[in-house]
Each structure stands twice: as C-alpha cells, then as structure tokens.
Ligand binder design. Structure first.
Ligand SMILES: Cc1cc2nc3c(=O)[nH]c(=O)nc-3n(C[C@H](O)[C@H](O)[C@H](O)COP(=O)(O)OP(=O)(O)OC[C@H]3O[C@@H](n4cnc5c(N)ncnc54)[C@H](O)[C@@H]3O)c2cc1C
Length: 404
C-alpha cells in the first residue's frame, strides 16, 4: 500500500496536507488551533517552560487568561508526548503545595485511564445513576457571556480550562437537561486533549451519573473565577443562573460490578515486559501514544513508524479539523528524527501481513484492532501506577486500593 507523502513541519503546509489527504474525515476547515502546535518538540518546550509555582491557588481561574494557572500540557499528555511519569518528575523541587496539587491532577488522569481500561465502552452509560437528557438539544445558550466565552475557546482553540469545562457540562446536562452523552461528543470533537477516558469521567462526575452528586453551576462561580466578565454580558440584569439549578432527575442504577473489582487485571493493565513472538519490520503507532518515549518506538529506533489515519473511524467521528492538524504536526515532527509512514485506510488492511511492534494500549479500539494486526512484539504501557484489581468506584477508593 502506497503511503501518503510526509508533510512539512509548518502550519500552513500541514493545513493544506490535511485538506488534501484527509478530505471527508473531519468537520470544519482544517485551520489548526491558534493556541497549540502539535509534536514532541513543542511538547518538550512546553514542559521545559512550565513552572508549577502558584498552581494550587490559580488552576481554577478562568478569565482573563492572564489569571489562569493551569499548565495547558493536556494535549501533549493526551497523546503521550509527555508520559504521565515524566510530567510527575518534571515538577519535583517546586513549592510543596503546588507540586502535591499538580500531581493529584495527574492521578485523576491516571484514574480516568484505569477506569476506561477496565470498563471500556460501559463508561458511556451512567456508572452509578442514569440521567435521561433531551436528545438533539443544544445546552449552551450563546447569549450568556460565560457560556459563549467557553464554547468559543472550545471551538477555536480546542482547549478550555477545567473549571469552565465543569460550567459547560453542568449547564448542558444539569440545568438545560440536554443529553450528557451528546455534550461529551461535542467536547470530544473539539478538544485537542479529547479522550474518551478523561472526557467521560469529567461528564459523568459533573452530571452526577458517576457518583450521584451533580455539580451545580451558578453566577457565583463566574463572579469568583472570571471577575468582571458579567459586566459585558447582555443578560447581566436577567441572569438565568442567578440561583443554583434544581437537582436533575438522576435515577439510581445497578452499579457495574466491575467498578468494585477487576475480574481480569492483566487484560486491563497489559504486559509487564515486552512479549515477543517474531521479528518486527515496523512500529505501529496510534494517536494514543505518539511520543519519542513510546516504548515500542524507543525499543526499535531503526524501524519505520507507521501511522494510519483510520478512515472508517474518522469518517464516523467527524472530529474538528484542529485535531487532525495537531496529529499531523506531531507526525511531521517525528519524521524529522526517524522514518515515518503515513497511510489513510483501515489499520487492519494497511498492516495485514506486516510484522509490527507496538505498545500495549489500554483502550477498547486498540485491543480490537490488535487481535487482527497481531503485533509480533508488544511493549508495556507507561503507567503512572500499574492497575490493581480493587475498587475504581471513586477516586479516593481507587487511590486506597492502589496503596494496598
Ligand atoms: C466535562 C469535562 C471534560 C473533560 N475532558 C477531558 C478530556 O477529554 N481530556 C483530558 O485530558 N481531560 C479532560 N478533562 C479534565 C481536565 O479538565 C483537563 O485535563 C485539564 O483542563 C487540562 O488542562 P491542563 O493541562 O492545563 O491541566 P492542569 O490543571 O495543568 O493539570 C495537569 C494535568 O493533569 C491532568 N488533569 C487535570 N485535571 C484533570 C481532571 N479533572 N481529570 C483528568 N485529568 C486531569 C491532565 O492530564 C492535565 O494536563 C475534562 C474535565 C471535565 C470537567
């Protein structure tokens, strides 16, 4: 199968490459995020420049941007350009309170990955309760300045600070009663860090389906985290979120038994060391792990890295063009250091009969495809904490079960 040409590492060239070669596989125009550049080089720079001092007290600030203390590392963490253990180490030596808070958030990311690795597609349904929202309803009225600001960032930059994600998710699912899964899909289409693992966790916990305690969004949070924003809101005198929202109609559901215990923890966590059954001729890369520290890439530096833009999957998802520009920049950057092949098609077809090395990846899609592709070497995933068999029913239960 003939690979696509390798794009030049330049925003304009990448935009054009995406428009030509990935036509029909994304929505919107392939403009790219003005706020982030994809690639290991950009990730290394972002991590080197990041200073954790002040994080604990400013991570929830929303507006103006200059007040925000969040790291903005998430697009790089999402695609494992910055593996979690590396982000963990990078903040060592910073102020103790900030380091502890930052590492706690990295653990939330790891928790999301564990939950998804164990439950997979079941994370699409309420874990503890169900919330029947109205399908087809848009839960983000743009005449509200706070909503408009955050939706604008989502759609233009592909990144929104955590606090504003909670506002948007709460407004959509709790106050407006729109279907949380459709809101989750909207986020997923745009966020450069969009992952089913963390996105579903965020929506489930905000809507209350994850723990039975919905997060309420009201004007008070806007005044505190975005002081002055309400002054420019056309609804400032008729604010629709002056009071707390009513509790949504959560219906308790039978908890998934896998929340309490993992019947097959080795399936969830993958191999501890490399499992080899043959000699690889290439490394199979996916969007889950594109960084230089990917174990399969590191172990086989002389083999070409093969990435397939999964045509049926992308055709169905219709991600915003920004996400594909970010991935293409990442591949263009990788191609400056080693041989890279980029294809468009079904990974199973492109890699049929080609012996590949790959990194075990704890998501349902990789497990399914790898059964057909059958890598001859499978390297272990870079966990921050290796999954254990105990409870993942809540973040605190999960942490305790890891300590045992
Ligand atoms: C409704 C909703 C949807 C979300 N969707 C996603 C998503 O698709 N992908 C995603 O990576 N995160 C998601 N989050 C979590 C969080 O909002 C982002 O990880 C964070 O805003 C990224 O910005 P940052 O890198 O500046 O984070 P920082 O505050 O600097 O934190 C550092 C890192 O810790 C991790 N982290 C921080 N907060 C969380 C959290 N609450 N849950 C999981 N990991 C966290 C991220 O990897 C982040 O890069 C979502 C949260 C909500 C409420």
């Amino acid at each position: 199968m003939t690979p696509l040409p390798i794009p030049q590492l330049d925003r304009e060239a990448v935009r054009e490459w995406v428009a030509v070669h990935l036509d029909g596989l994304c929505s919107g125009t392939a403009t790219g995020s003005p706020a982030f550049v994809g690639g290991q080089t950009a990730a290394n720079r972002a991590l080197a420049e990041y200073d954790v001092a002040g994080y604990a007290s400013t991570r929830n600030e929303v507006w103006p941007d200059s007040r925000q203390g969040a790291s903005r590392l998430s697009p790089y963490i999402r695609h494992n350009l910055i593996p979690l253990p590396e982000a963990w180490k990078a903040v060592a030596g910073g102020p103790a309170r900030d380091v502890a808070k930052f590492r706690d958030e990295l653990l939330w990311q790891e928790y999301a990955r564990h939950l998804y690795a164990r439950l997979g597609i079941a994370t699409r349904t309420g874990l503890r309760a169900s919330l029947l929202g109205v399908s087809g309803k848009d839960g983000w009225p743009r005449e509200m300045k706070c909503v408009d600001l955050a939706v604008g960032e989502l759609e233009n930059d592909g990144w929104v600070v955590n606090q504003a994600r909670m506002w948007l998710a709460s407004h959509w699912a709790v106050r407006e009663g729109a279907d949380w899964r459709e809101g989750e899909d909207r986020f997923f289409r745009h966020l450069l860090d969009g992952s089913r693992a963390a996105n579903r966790l965020g929506w489930q916990w905000t809507a209350g389906t994850g723990n039975g305690r919905p997060y309420g969004f009201s004007r008070k949070q806007v005044e505190r985290r975005a002081p002055g924003l309400c002054r420019s809101c056309p609804l400032q005198q008729a604010c629709p979120i002056g009071d707390w929202p009513d509790d949504p109609n959560l219906e308790a559901s039978v908890a998934n038994p896998s929340l309490q215990t993992d019947p097959d923890v080795s399936r969830t966590a993958g191999p501890v060391g490399a499992e080899t059954t043959g000699t690889p001729e290439a490394v199979w890369l996916t969007a889950e792990s594109l960084g230089d520290r990917d174990p399969a890439l590191e172990a086989h530096p002389d083999l070409p890295a093969v990435f397939v833009f999964d045509e049926p999957l992308l055709h169905r998802l219709q991600l915003d063009g920004k996400r594909l520009v970010f991935l293409t920049e990442t591949l263009a950057d990788l191609a400056t250091r080693r041989a890279v092949e980029i294809h468009r098609g079904r990974p199973e077809d492109v890699l049929a009969d080609r012996p590949v090395a790959a990194t075990f990846t704890p998501v349902p899609g990789w497990r399914r495809k790898s059964r057909t592709i059958n890598p001859v070497v499978i390297h272990p995933w870079l966990w921050l904490r290796r999954p254990a068999s105990g409870s993942v029913a809540s973040f605190s239960a999960w942490r305790k079960s890891l300590d045992r």
